[in-house]
Write a protein that binds this ligand. Sequence first.
Ligand SMILES: Nc1ncnc2c1ncn2[C@@H]1O[C@H](COP(=O)(O)OP(=O)(O)OP(=O)(O)O)[C@@H](O)[C@H]1O
Ligand SMILES: [Mg+2]
Length: 708
Amino acid sequence: MAENDVTTPVTPAAPEAATQKRGIFDSLMGGLFNKKQQVSASTPGVTDKERAELLAAEKIYQQGLASIRDLISPSSMEIRYDMIRVDGLFAQTFYVFTYPRYLDMNWLSPLINFEVSMDIAQFIYPIDSATIMKVLKKKVTQMQSSIHMSQEKGKTRDPAIETALEDAEQLRTEIQRGQEKFFQFALYFTVYADDEKKIKNVAKQLESLLGGKLILTRRAQVQSEQGFNSTLPLCLDQLDVVRNMNTSPLSTTFPFTSSTLTSNEGILYGVNRHNDSLIIFDRFGLENANSVVFAKSGAGKSYAVKLEILRLMMIGTDVIIIDPENEYESLAQTVGGSYLRLSLNSDRRINPFDLPPPVAEEIIQPGDILRQNIISLLGLLKIMLGEMTPAEEGMLDKALIDVYSIKGITMDLLDPSTMTPPTMEDLYDILSTMEGATNLAQRLQKFTSGTYAGLFSKPTNVNLGTGLMVFCIRDLDESLRPIAMYIILNYIWSQVRRELKKRMLVIDEAWSIMQHGDSARFLFGLVKRARKYYLGITTITQDVEDFFKSEFGKPIITNSSMQLLLKQAPAAIDYLGQVFNLTEGEKYILLNSGVGQGLFFAGNKHAAIQIIASYGEDQIVTTNPEQILQRKQSEKQLMEGVTPPPVAPAETSAENVSVAPVAEVVPVETPAVAAMSVVVPPEVSVITPELASVPPVPTVASPSPSAN
Ligand SMILES: Nc1ncnc2c1ncn2[C@@H]1O[C@H](COP(=O)(O)OP(=O)(O)OP(=O)(O)O)[C@@H](O)[C@H]1O
Ligand SMILES: [Mg+2]
């Protein structure tokens, strides 16, 4: 046992006496010496005296060499009565001395995830069942007789003894049946910190963390060296503080139970990097089906989500996407979805004044729908017109009520969706005749007859189809995007509420929505309410800071049960660490992940994930310019070489789709599928219309005449 405050310098390769004194390193190194000695000793034709001399000489020689021990040993080690200090690093050891009657599963996991450097050692000593049965029998007899004696003396019953007797009897039965075995269990923790104050803090936290679970610990005082040795990976239990435990409670001490995320339902998300199991999961089985995806640019966010879309569609989920980068076009083409390009000179419009019909199951009052829509229009107009004074807001509100009433839509209507709604132009007319609203009218003018005319001021002419629907807003000016996103989201929302159906809404580059308070609030409202309409919202963002700057960033995350974090930039990691409660280990994983690697959180389970795609899927979802170029070239070759150039309808040919000045809902029909099909070099393959609707797309050996 070490004395108080004794500094013991560890001298490299000390001579004989010291070698005997120290246990651990010697037992490691001793084997090495002995082997060498044996070799020289077994040399033939050498007398005993010569052998002794040889050994002595070899020993002297060995002492002069730098050994592994010299390399790994610290320059000093101070052993105090309650902690030890190794080269300036403090270490303090704790042992568990009592456990509660019941232990939860995985109770050790908060400690594993506790953000301090710590070594944990568990020693499990199996005890022979026959021996323990004898002891238990004796105990049971003692307890029974003390109960009898109390009864004879007329004392009140003692529940403590009765419980102990019950437990012992049950254990005896289970051991006899072979259901349980008996063990002795020792559990030690050694925590490390750079200074004494910190280690005291950590020690308190550790004690209260365990104390909260009624697992009581003590510091290994006056045994700090033994404590330290016991938690080194040497299988040396020098503390020897054991407690009895049978198999069931012992199994709860296994700390890694959250790593498997395989379930019977759902789709494949990737491979679990902890144990190579598959992460198969149904997001619609969680409390809500929302998810967030965070990663730096190029880490594979869109790729992961596209794979999810393909796989979710296979199990009958409709998907709606807001695509700011024109990334989802080939996906839409392949699965036969619709692609709606919104731009200033497009002829596709969504009128924000549209009123949805009442939802069948909901009980509403007359005017509810109109009121709801006026509120969301006010939100939209705030984004369009910028800051407003309270007086202006009041005027706008009145103008909105007036513009509806001109069309005969008033607050006493129950279902105003049958009437023709007004447009932005009507609102402009009203505002320009209102006293004091000239300023507002002027600001609105650019959306009705100015630069941005047409986009938001015409009746709706799009329809939310089934399957996959993509709204592309790439060709919109940066300043118009939040407005367009707001209108699209509002439109999607009213459509979603009409019919209950399993749906997913993907919002890529969501940080641009979060820049405006009103659109961020709107998105948060959607995320909160989506569950009731069987909708899962996936929010993808690369700009973590922008996302969290908004007061709605964090609530969106807390309302998303599924979270995918891929590779992160060092600048963002600390922030993200706070929001997601990441441990140092998890932060390390995120900083050092490759493309398509990261952390997957589903409810309170998490795992390190590797996202993998099949070859066919990869061809559809990749955004790698080289691969896309290659694919386009192969398509071109296919068009020119194998068949005469197809006379495809203007809106469905590949080139026309990409340069079309107007927005098109492209219902992907046969020629379009052929034109945009995934062509796999060098083996040319084409997707037939039948296959096009069945993702992931397998390849077909040669083009069929019908596909051309
Ligand atoms: N799991 C993966 N396996 C193979 N390649 C991948 C994987 N994930 C992504 N990639 C490739 O990495 C590149 C970037 O992926 P992706 O477009 O998904 O990035 P991103 O995170 O969405 O970037 P941005 O924020 O710029 O949109 C693409 O070329 C894609 O093909
Ligand atoms: Mg992307």
